[in-house]
Design a protein around this ligand. Structure first.
Ligand code: GLU
Length: 286
């Protein structure tokens, strides 16, 4: 199977050099092997996503020469996420929880005061049908958590080498909020399966997610793709670059007169010991 990767920004802010470095590494990895590059707009959060940011992402990537072979919006794929959620519910891996955030907060404080890790205690798994019906009658709506196996999930990371996450040390992740909103975790796995993504290349802020997501790939009987987690770019103060940090946004750099090839050449060399040279084309960076 030929290589297929995706760049999956949320249209909730402008692209900055950190996001674009992830896009560039994905693009070079695919194009260097005759593979394809997918642009996936992660817009499940309809309240925070805007058309303006989505258009900005397309303008920036096109300007940088990072053209995509396929393009998807998560907001058009809710039926697929519903199907996957139904499967996970049927197999007992996705379970309804009725705690309010105040209740969860209180429990976490008690755990911490006893020197215990603040992990969700799975009390909802003990609820009877009558108790659930009583919550519903009170007007509560469930949020849905994925039941982790609680094991060492290991993979050979293409950037970090052997990697492991112990899912026993994590709370079961909430996949669906009480208002029905799908959080990022499940849609991403469903898309990676449906779009035949062979490698997931993203920032190392996703390492823990990967532990849970590998369990979700397995729970959906899918092949687990390869993973590479890249170190994040940080500012001079050592803090992660934020999407809301305007100064290093691609659109601002364009307005300041930077050439696209100067930006991609620089980002292509960050993290290597190679001398910085301005490449003749984005392809030449590979
Ligand atoms: N929308 C996610 C993000 O921007 C995508 C992460 C991923 O590549 O899986 O963090």
């Amino acid at each position: 199977m030929s290589v297929k990767v995706r760049f999956a920004p949320s249209p909730t802010g402008k692209l900055h050099v950190g996001n674009v470095r992830t896009a560039l590494v994905n693009w070079l990895f695919a194009k260097g092997q005759g593979g394809s590059f997918v642009l996936r707009i992660d817009d499940t959060d309809l309240a925070r996503s805007t058309q303006e940011f989505e258009d900005g992402i397309e303008t920036d990537l096109t300007w940088l020469g990072l053209v995509w072979d396929e393009r998807y919006n998560q907001s058009k794929r809710f039926d697929r996420y519903e199907e996957a959620a139904a499967r996970l519910k049927a197999s007992g891996r996705l379970y309804a929880c009725y705690e309010t955030s105040e209740e969860l907060d209180r429990r976490r404080k008690v755990q911490l005061s006893r020197g215990l890790p603040p992990i969700y205690d799975r009390a909802a798994l003990e609820l009877t049908e009558a108790e659930k019906a009583a919550y519903e009658a009170e007007g509560r709506r469930p949020h849905w958590r994925f039941k982790l196996e609680g094991k060492r999930v290991a993979w050979e990371d293409l950037a970090r080498g052997h990697a492991e996450v112990d899912t026993a040390s994590m709370s079961d992740p909430v996949l669906i909020r009480e208002d029905g909103l799908f959080l990022y975790t499940l849609p991403s796995v469903v898309d990676d399966i449906d779009m035949d993504i062979t490698h997931i290349i993203r920032g190392e802020d996703h390492v823990t997610n990967t532990g849970a997501q590998i369990e979700i790939f397995e729970a959906l009987d899918a092949k687990v793709p390869g993973f590479a987690h890249m170190p994040l770019l940080v500012g001079a103060d050592g803090a992660a670059l934020s999407k809301r940090l305007g100064s290093l946004s691609i659109s601002d750099m364009r307005d300041q007169g930077y050439e696209p090839i100067a930006i991609t050449s620089h980002l292509g060399k960050i993290g290597t010991s190679d001398n910085l040279e301005i490449a003749a084309s984005v392809e030449a960076l590979g």
